[in-house]
Each structure stands twice: as C-alpha cells, then as structure tokens.
Design a protein around this ligand. Structure first.
Ligand SMILES: NC(=O)C1=CN([C@@H]2O[C@H](COP(=O)(O)OP(=O)(O)OC[C@H]3O[C@@H](n4cnc5c(N)ncnc54)[C@H](OP(=O)(O)O)[C@@H]3O)[C@@H](O)[C@H]2O)C=CC1
Ligand SMILES: O=C1CO[C@H](CO)[C@@H](O)[C@@H]1O
Length: 300
C-alpha cells in the first residue's frame, strides 16, 4: 500500500501517505523531511502557520538531491493562513510559502480554516473579521489558473460549507483536510466528500491530542498484536483502507519509517475498528465553538 496514490479530479496523483509537519521544531524538521524522502514518502504536508516552512524547504531540496529525485516526483501541500483571507492578500500568502519552501509551485494549496483573522493577528481565532469565503476562493481559483497551485482545496469545512462552495465555485475544491481517526471517523462528512469527488486527507491520523490516547486503545492494540503491527500502523492502515489520505507527523526517524509501512487489514479487523464508539475531537479551539464550524457530537 506504501506507493499507493489517489487520483484527484485534476488528474494529478496524490500519495496516500504524507509527512505532517505541525509542531516539528525548525531544528529537527529538515532531517525529518530528508528521512521521509529516503524511506519512500513522496508527499509532505506544510503550512505557513507552522512557522517552519524554511526548514521544511531545506529538507525538500537536500532530500531531492540525495535521493536522485526531481521536483515532479513529490507532492507538496501548503495552506493559506487565516490572516491572508482578504482577496488582495491571498497571492501573498502563497508567495510566502513558495519562497520559504524554495519552490515555484505547490501541488496543492488549501484554505487552512473557513474564517478570516485580521492581517497580522497572532494566535488562533483572534481578531476574526467577516470576509466572505467565496471572495477568498475566487483568488484561490486565480492561483490555480496561474499554475502556482496545481490543485486547490479546503480544510476544516463541514457539509454545509462545502455545499455552498460547490454551488458557487468555478474551480471545485479537490481536497478537504479534516481531523480523522477511529475516535473521529466523521462518516457523514466523509460520504459527502466522496460522493462529490472531494478527496479527504486525515489530519491527526494518530490521534494527537486524544485523551485517553488513541494509540493506547485496547481494540487497536489487540489488532496490532495479532497482526505483528504497531498501533500507529493499524490506525493509518484503517484510514487508507477507507480511501483517506493520512499525513502522520513525526520527527523520529524510526517512527517515520514505521508509519510508512501500512498494510491491508482483514475485513474483521477493519469492522472491529469501525465499531469503536469513543468519540473525541482533538482540534477544538474555543473560538471555533462560536463559529459553528464543527457539527455537534450527534453528527459524527
Ligand atoms: N488542516 C489542519 O487544520 C490541521 C492539519 N494538520 C496536519 O496534519 C499533520 C498530522 O497531525 P498531527 O496534529 O501532527 O497529529 P498526529 O496524529 O500525526 O500525531 C503526531 C504525534 O504522534 C507522534 N507519533 C508519530 N508517529 C508515532 C508512532 N509511530 N508511534 C507513536 N507516536 C507517534 C509524534 O511524535 P514525534 O514527532 O515525537 O515522533 C507526534 O507527537 C500535522 O503535522 C499537520 O501537517 C494537523 C492539525 C490540523
Ligand atoms: O494545522 C493546524 C495544526 O493543529 C492546530 C491545533 O492544534 C490547528 O489549529 C491548526 O489548524
């Protein structure tokens, strides 16, 4: 399953596993990216918000050279931060990322969150302002047409937001990046996206921020033990089997390698994981509650 990729509705191939980079310290992420490329990853998930794109870019450049790879052999995603939603700032948001990543284009550019913060605002969810999402999206469409973003998509969008965007967009979003793991499977949102040609990418696929920790779950551990896998491999394989792209983050070389080794789960094990009833949303900042972005627990 390692080399598997899904075909986006642009025709581009997006590898089913990528390296996440949130909270990867600038001093460590260059090495993590190089390790990932050496192990076989061909997909890196980045964002302006992570404040480490310069070091990620260094890892990409060095990793390409060391492994005899070309730019077109890898898939790089970045994301427009909330403080760049004003139409006149959208292209600038991408320029920052391209410069730091040392790239001429990204394979995928996502609107990180469906709300705007005033330019220069620091922190998550502060200084929210009312910029219609479609106005930001029109500028994303221009980036797609310019070739600087080979595909465009969204993140953290619910079904109603997607319905609205699909009705108005000239260029449809090809990806919705959302939190997804056995404690937050979000079947309604997943089905809506899959029915509408929107690929899901799962963030927090290992359940960072779950408490109790997803990787300590007894069912996951029982399946891991039985199949000589690790809990991380089980939860990543489960999502890949649902046709969901996973972007586990690690700065630990042995884990980067471990996470890459997904496998097909038996129908019985797959269904056992589907039967887990614990529900947790890890990324659930307070400002989000007022914005009504996430459906309530009954909507999973
Ligand atoms: N669009 C959005 O709003 C969001 C996007 N993201 C993206 O998704 C990526 C993944 O999500 P993230 O929040 O990082 O959470 P993950 O679920 O990927 O968990 C990352 C944590 O798991 C640890 N870990 C990695 N591999 C293993 C393993 N095999 N066994 C045990 N522990 C392991 C890492 O530690 P260590 O590094 O020390 O090895 C790290 O602490 C992000 O890095 C980012 O790129 C994330 C959140 C929101
Ligand atoms: O990408 C991200 C990483 O995780 C953060 C939460 O912990 C999110 O706020 C952000 O969107």
């Amino acid at each position: 399953m390692n080399q598997l990729a899904v075909t986006l509705n642009t025709g581009a191939k997006m590898p089913i596993i990528g390296l996440g980079t949130f909270l990867s310290e600038p001093g460590k992420v260059t090495h993590a990216v190089k390790t990932a490329l050496k192990v076989g990853y061909r997909h890196i998930d980045c964002a302006y918000y992570y404040k480490n794109e310069k070091e990620v870019g260094q890892g990409i450049q060095e990793g390409l050279k060391e492994n005899g790879l070309k730019r077109e052999n890898i898939f790089v995603t970045s994301k427009l931060w909330n403080t760049f939603h004003r139409p006149e700032l959208v292209a600038k948001g991408l320029e920052h990322s391209l410069k730091d990543l040392q790239l001429n284009y990204v394979d995928l550019y996502l609107v990180h969150w469906p709300f705007s913060q005033k330019p220069g605002s620091e922190g998550f969810g502060k200084d929210i302002e009312d910029i219609p999402y479609i106005d930001t999206w029109r500028e994303m469409e221009k980036l797609y047409k310019s070739g600087k973003a080979k595909a465009i998509g969204v993140s953290n969008c619910n079904v109603d937001m997607l319905k609205d965007l699909l009705a108005k967009a000239e260029i449809k979003p090809v990806v919705n990046q959302i939190e997804n793991n056995p404690y937050l499977p979000q079947p309604r949102l997943v089905k809506y996206c899959q029915d509408n040609n929107i690929q899901i990418t799962a963030y927090c696929p290992l359940g960072r921020a779950t408490n109790p920790n997803l990787l300590d779950d007894p069912i996951i551990n029982e399946i891991a033990k039985k199949n000589n896998m690790t809990p991380a491999q089980v939860v990543l394989s489960w999502n890949a089997q649902r046709n969901i792209i996973v972007i586990p983050k690690s700065i630990t070389p042995s884990r980067i390698e471990e996470n890459f080794k997904m496998t097909k789960l038996s129908k019985e094990d797959f269904e056992k994981i589907n039967g887990i009833t614990i529900r947790q949303r890890g990324v659930n900042h307070k400002p989000l509650h007022a914005l009504n972005i996430f459906p309530d627990m009954g909507d999973f």
